[in-house]
Design a binder for this molecule. Sequence first.
Ligand SMILES: [Zn+2]
Length: 318
Amino acid sequence: MPLVTSKELLQRAQAEGFAIGAFNANNMECVQAVIETAEEEQSPVILQVSQGAIAYAGLEFASMLVKTAAELATVPVVLHLDHGTDFLQNVRCLRAGFTSLMFDGSALRLDDNIKTTRKITEIAHSIGIPVEAELGKIPKIEDNLTPEQVEDLMADPEQAEKFIEGTECDSLAAAIGSVHGMKESIQPLNIERLDDIRRRTGVPIVLHGASGVLCTREDASAKQVKLANHEGTIEDAIKHGVSKINVATELSMAFLRGMKEAFAERPNEKDMRKVLLPGKNAVKEVVRYYIRLFGSNGKAAKNGAVSGIQASEIKYHE
Ligand SMILES: [Zn+2]
């Protein structure tokens, strides 16, 4: 089916208490792994392209990979820009047929972040495309921050209210304690902060850096991580209003692990496909785990995804 936008998907997820996985599209095998698993699990899915992926593959290749996958799929698929840090990048992606944008103005002063986000929402909304925006700063593991510093960068609930009013963005990537690029799932989230932001804004909240976040409470007790008020896992975050969850690092690590194992088993292999395929299969299992954790399995059939979109808007993206 043609690509769908993220707006109705996220609203439905929010209303029904599940979350949609946003998986990074870095090469053909990853895109296929995500789509095949989404089909098998009958889950709607977001394939997101980062600026790094655009630099690596080129905007045309990156977007065509996802568009082709969506055309062949029977489940709803969104083509989303992940962390577009400038205005032009967002406009280029809009022109390339992305059905969901993200402006990440977290490095800017608050009023500049609001101003640029607003410019992008005005343009994108005129053709029915929703925009995610970032408030607070979701750091990278390479920033080497202390837990206190991560806390200091979290989104401020009062600011969040003003931010939504000022930008009219459709979903909010609110910094609530996760860190990008972590290799281990050990980071707890600040659910109290999430609750406050959610209550004041009403928009679907996006969790970034999920690879590093504790998945379940059993996970937390097995890893001996103390949770504030016994909450702080991905499962808790979904219960408290997170509707889109980004997973990147863990997919990349799975792909490499699958390939390394294949190399170890067949050190003299000359057919690259025999090494790439185990990489792809390892990604599929990670995607399956998260789709089930997020509760989006079995949610494709109702297809509320396209119900709110005007036919003319869909045509634009065909
Ligand atoms: Zn992110």
